[in-house]
Design a protein around this ligand. Sequence first.
Ligand code: F6R
Length: 235
Amino acid sequence: MTWLEVKTYEEMSKMAATIFEKQLREKPHSVLGLATGGTPIGFYKELVQCYIKGDISFEEASTFNLDEYVGVGSEEATSYHKYMQEHLFNHVNIPRENVYLPDGLATNLEKECARYEQQIEQKGGIDLQLLGIGVNGHIGFNEPGTSFQSRTHVVELADKTKQDNAKYFPEGKSVPELAITMGIETIMMAKQIVLLAFGENKIETLNRIKEQGISEDFPASCLKKHPHVTIIYGS
Ligand code: F6R
């Protein structure tokens, strides 16, 4: 596990974009795992800039997002589909058929989870996975207590996660109770992982990764078992 401390949010975003840029240059048909939330917004800006400058192309790339809310349609403003269009997909040349996110409106959620796993497998697995981290240690929406053997599944969001994400929802609209997320094992199967964390509120969480053992009570601790993880962080 490589820890890279940065001074500014911009520095973190640039550093992460450089890793993704390198990946796409070395393997244009890379399968990228992507995250949403507040943390990677600057990273996506940098990546779009790399594309505009002509440094990278997404023409052959595929992407799989970590998660999506259940009951939220892809065209709704609070969906992760919309977030990704807004921050990345609308600005780069990725073929729409190469973009994958779980369908939060699927009538059969279990089937949707199995289908998502199958799609990842059919693409040959994820080459480079981006992660953020929740203050409770969640990665994707794998809340404390999630099995390390989990694959894409439906989760009940923790109260803390709903509180933290309420800021992304308009007033009067509550955070959904359920989400579909890649499982811990799905994430761990990625060949390389980059985790971004910025801000005072994440310091204690990162210290827990450093200091504590590996336990399902603290999902991000699984990353200690992965051979190729980079954590880029600052406050
Ligand atoms: C998002 C995701 C979550 C977030 C985490 C941190 O796709 O899977 O694990 O990365 O909740 O969110 P922010 O960046 O908003 O602090």
